[in-house]
Design a protein around this ligand. Structure first.
Ligand code: UT7
Length: 318
């Protein structure tokens, strides 16, 4: 027993920040950000926490699937930007929904949505659950160094969610983890223990070596995608849409050229939302669903990559 997607939902905060707005804060301009990253604008939270946005996306996904919150057996959530370490974001969403099912957060940065789907698949396989809510929710604006033009122009806030029910839509996934903090690092504050000795405290914000991340990402999209297709006897021709983590439009363009697939096979919305980490794939799915792009039987390939370093690619039949 596996699962199928019953419904999708998304939420982004109302405030839109354009590249022109950012050029008032750091030394940047629309032309550079569009050319190097492909982001024109992003939504930035003024009030909502990651969990608040996750809750709104969850409500939308529940409505879209026709499932009541009380029917949920499990809530999985991912966020690198939740307000508290405890309660977890999934606990907060559960509390907002007023239900009592099991909840669990998965920490796999930008690849977390794929890690959550695989985790959900395990629960379905063991027949422990019938309905599962999966949410990626991020207030990355909380973690940005707003004086660092090489990172603050890339990211955005938002949440995406899917509701899963018993079915045979989820086919397979591959995962690739190369642990280490030298390429992407989001440290927590060191704390004030009088006993803990650390030479230098790194600012608790997103630190990223852009070009190394870029190379890792292009390689990961291509390798993971081909591996998961090959081991299921499928090819890129069988895939209706590739819905990648939206990290940088140029990463997607490079992967597109390397994989030799037509551009319109890749769904791209980074121009309007920026990189929303764990929320980017479920936001893309919710948009595609809302636009009526997804037909029953469509094969979707979901490559994701980012902090960890970690990457993954899932195959999902709609
Ligand atoms: O989801 C997590 C995964 N993250 C990613 O996938 C990010 C992957 N990496 C990237 O997207 C790109 O490497 C960046 C967008 C971060 C940077 O683009 P780049 O083409 O690698 O630029 P660069 O770091 O080599 O910088 C080129 C120049 C530098 O100036 P100089 O030294 O050549 O004079 C930077 O200072 O561009 C400058 N620069 C900027 N200029 C205007 C860096 N950021 C900006 C900016 N506006 N915002």
């Amino acid at each position: 027993m596996s699962f199928s997607v019953l419904g999708t939902g998304m939420y982004v905060p109302p405030k839109v920040v354009t590249n022109d707005d950012l050029s008032q804060i750091v030394d940047t301009n629309d032309e550079w950000v569009m050319q190097r990253v492909g982001v024109h604008e992003r939504h930035i939270s003024e009030r909502e926490t990651a969990a608040d946005m996750g809750y709104q996306a969850a409500l939308a996904a529940l409505e879209n699937s026709g499932i009541k919150a009380e029917e949920l057996d499990l809530i999985l959530a991912a966020s690198v930007s939740g307000e508290s370490i405890s309660p977890s974001v999934s606990c907060e969403i559960q509390n907002h929904l007023g239900v009592s099912c099991m909840t669990m957060d998965i920490n796999a940065a930008c690849s977390a949505f794929d890690f959550m789907l695989e985790t959900a698949a395990g629960f379905f396989a063991r027949k422990k659950v019938k309905k599962v809510l999966v949410v990626g929710a991020e207030r990355l604006s909380r973690l940005l160094d707003w004086t660092d033009r090489s990172t603050c122009v890339i990211f955005g806030d938002g949440a995406g969610a899917v509701v899963l029910g018993e079915g045979d839509g989820y086919i397979d996934a591959v995962f690739n983890v190369k642990g280490g903090n030298d390429v992407i690092d989001i440290p927590q504050p060191v704390g004030s223990s009088p006993f803990y000795k650390r030479e230098q405290e790194k600012k608790p914000c997103i630190h990223m070596k852009g070009q190394e991340t870029f190379k890792f990402a292009v390689n990961a999209i291509c390798k993971d995608s081909l591996r998961v297709l090959e081991r299921n006897g499928l090819t890129l021709d069988d895939v209706s849409y590739i819905v990648p983590h939206q990290a940088n439009k140029r990463i997607i363009d490079f992967a597109c050229t390397k994989l030799k697939v037509p551009k319109d096979k890749f769904y791209v919305n980074i121009d309007r939302f920026g990189n929303t980490s764990s929320a980017s794939i479920p936001i893309a799915l919710a948009e595609m669903n809302r636009k009526g792009m997804l037909k029953k039987g469509d094969l979707l390939l979901l490559p994701a990559f980012g902090g960890g370093l970690a990457s993954a690619a899932c195959l999902l039949r709609w």
